[in-house]
Design a protein around this ligand. Structure first.
Ligand code: ATP
Ligand code: MG
Length: 450
């Protein structure tokens, strides 16, 4: 499941083997070092999410390793394994920046839990880094492809409110284009020269989120050796996109309410509020009103943020957009994969038109991306779309060469299909058609299906 790399270090062969085994079973990639020295060699070569090390080892011990890790790659987490008698050194390890310590003999559940938490933290820090890198980069070009009436009305409304500073909540199923619409609003707004920062409220733990959003002042905690601006302050003049807003904890919601009301943030450990000018756009794939009723979302914040509510319809309710979206994704992936897939075959189009797209536009995009990658001619064919879509039961009626199919033609293709479905077992086919075997045999003869 995860592609985190973990380095396990222990001079005791049995313990080393056990730990590696447990972690591999959890789905981590694991490297084993049987001494501190060997571990140093690993650390020179690559970055690990986590180092799990024994404290007491000859030559290079756990503390020395910890110091090396923190100096070359501070985001790598370290978990110290200690014996019962060495609680003092465990505390020293924590002070030097270890994430946690585990005492020997270790309990499996504890190991799993602590390792999971440490790798989560590592991932979050990486994500925050990514976020910070985005700051200042220009807005990529974006196009909302549609000719559906309801979508056009929605876009019209979005452009109108873009000019104002009102908070907006965008709702819609997963993959309907909520983030895309948020970018659209930002780009259409007078704030477009500043940045839009996206924060996934569900992906961060409370402490980290607070620290990253609001920043901190020097000395707020060990390691805070200078003032650090939070992301809210960085989005000053621009837009803050709060994705999956219902995932925000109740205490975090209080903090946000404050920003919305006062337009100011107080950095962690600071006392003076910093004025900010930020436009909030939130997104959710849930029913926010229901979340308020059930107590998961604060009512006061709801009223503050839900000034304008935009609901994106699922793709299954705007199937008229499917051909246009297909073309647009063909263009996109032809360009990036240097291919020339001009169109999809009629069967593919029929299949896609009859599918209900639980994953909405994102799912359609993935299907086309995959199809373009697999296509070996300039037409994307049924063989290049996922199996489970291909086997959908589809019956389509359409004019062929300007004329409707006759009853007999429809009957013929239906019987043909049933025969294929039943692997030409005539008894089963007759049963499916609810006619007797003799009648089926006559039809086969008459329609020339032999
Ligand atoms: N109308 C559209 N035209 C072109 N591309 C679209 C459209 N709608 C969605 N997409 C594309 O589909 C993908 C999913 O869109 P987006 O990430 O905005 O959805 P979302 O609603 O935020 O999904 P989630 O709830 O899963 O976060 C993106 O690659 C986006 O560019
Ligand atoms: Mg999204």
């Amino acid at each position: 499941m995860s592609d985190f790399e973990i380095l396990v270090v222990d001079d005791e062969a049995v313990a080393l083997k056990n730990l590696c085994h447990i972690l591999k079973k959890e789905g981590y990639k694991v490297s084993a070092a049987k001494s501190g020295k060997q571990a140093l060699a690993y650390l020179d070569k690559q970055e690990f999410a986590l180092v799990l090390t024994d404290l007491k080892m000859p030559q290079v011990d756990g503390m020395q390793l910890l110091k090396r890790v923190k100096s070359v790659c501070p985001q790598t987490e370290v978990i110290m394994i200690t014996g019962f008698s060495t609680v003092d050194s465990a505390v020293a390890a924590l002070k030097a920046g270890a994430y946690h310590y585990i005492t020997k003999p270790f309990k499996l559940d504890e190991v799993r839990k602590v390792v999971h938490e440490a790798t989560q933290k590592y991932q979050l820090i990486r994500e925050v880094e990514q976020l910070r890198k985005q700051v200042g980069t220009s807005n990529e070009q974006l196009r909302i492809v549609t000719h559906n009436r309801a979508m056009k009305d929605l876009l019209e409304m979005a452009s109108q409110i873009a000019a104002t500073d009102t908070s907006v909540v965008i709702s819609g199923e997963s993959g309907t284009g909520k983030e895309l619409l948020a970018k659209y609003i930002h780009n259409e707004s007078p704030r477009h020269a500043a940045i839009m920062l996206s924060i996934n409220c569900g992906a961060f733990g409370e402490e980290l989120l607070t620290n990253e959003l609001f920043g901190h002042s020097k000395g707020a905690f060990t390691g805070a050796d200078k003032d650090k601006k939070g992301l809210v302050e960085m989005a000053n003049g621009g837009t803050l996109f709060l994705d999956e807003i219902t995932e925000m904890s109740l205490s975090m919601q209080v903090k946000f309410l404050r920003i919305l009301q006062e337009q100011e943030v107080i950095p962690v450990g600071g006392t003076t509020p910093v004025k900010v000018n930020v436009r909030f756009v939130a997104a959710t794939n849930r029913d926010l009103e229901k979340e308020v009723k059930s107590g998961n979302f604060r009512q006061d914040l709801f009223y503050r943020i839900n000034v304008v509510s935009l609901k994106i319809p699922p793709l299954s309710e705007r199937k008229d957009d499917i051909p246009l979206l297909i073309q647009s994704f063909l263009d996109k992936y032809n360009a990036s994969m240097h291919k020339e897939v001009a169109e999809v075959s009629q069967e593919v189009l029929d299949t896609l038109q009859h599918y209900d797209f639980p994953g909405n536009v994102r799912e359609l995009e993935n299907i086309i991306e995959r199809g373009v990658a697999l296509a070996n001619s300039n037409i994307l064919r049924l063989a290049q779309i996922p199996d489970d879509l291909r086997s959908l039961d589809i019956q389509t009626f359409r004019k062929s060469a300007g004329k409707y199919a006759s009853m007999e033609e429809v009957e013929k293709s239906y019987i043909e299909w049933i025969l294929k479905e039943t692997a030409y077992n005539k008894t089963a086919a007759a049963k499916a058609l609810n006619i007797d075997r003799v009648s089926l045999w006559r039809k086969i003869k008459k329609l020339g299906l032999e």
